[in-house]
Ligand binder design. Sequence first.
Ligand code: HEC
Length: 100
Amino acid sequence: MKHVFAILTLICSLLVSVSVKADIVNGKELHDSNCTSCHVNMQGGDGSGIYTRENRRIDSYQGLVKQVNRCRDSLGVPWPADHVNDVVQYLNTNYYKYTK
Ligand code: HEC
């Protein structure tokens, strides 16, 4: 019985880590196919300079969430909260690195 528990725990933690990873991969896909056009026009290159510019406007995790929602609205895509969250995870993991 103990073994069954241990195996179940292992499977659950594997599933959790896979879904966290998938969120970021999904976030990158959503981001790359929707979010770069304006930023490229503003910053050149692949547009990611907007996330690393010296005077960037984001200074917290909450600020990042707000900005992604704002940009989603100006883009006009009806993304549900989990799409927004995936993109926030992607940007935070790669550029902002805030703790929640
Ligand atoms: C309609 C044009 C447009 C689109 C499309 C757009 N953005 Fe933006 N984004 C902007 C502008 C303009 C700013 C700069 C705002 C400022 O400096 O006040 C910005 C800034 C940002 C920032 C903050 C950068 C910083 O200073 O740290 C983030 C994060 C961001 N956008 C995320 C996104 C995401 C995610 C998407 C896709 C859902 C997206 N943007 C799509 C126009 C756009």
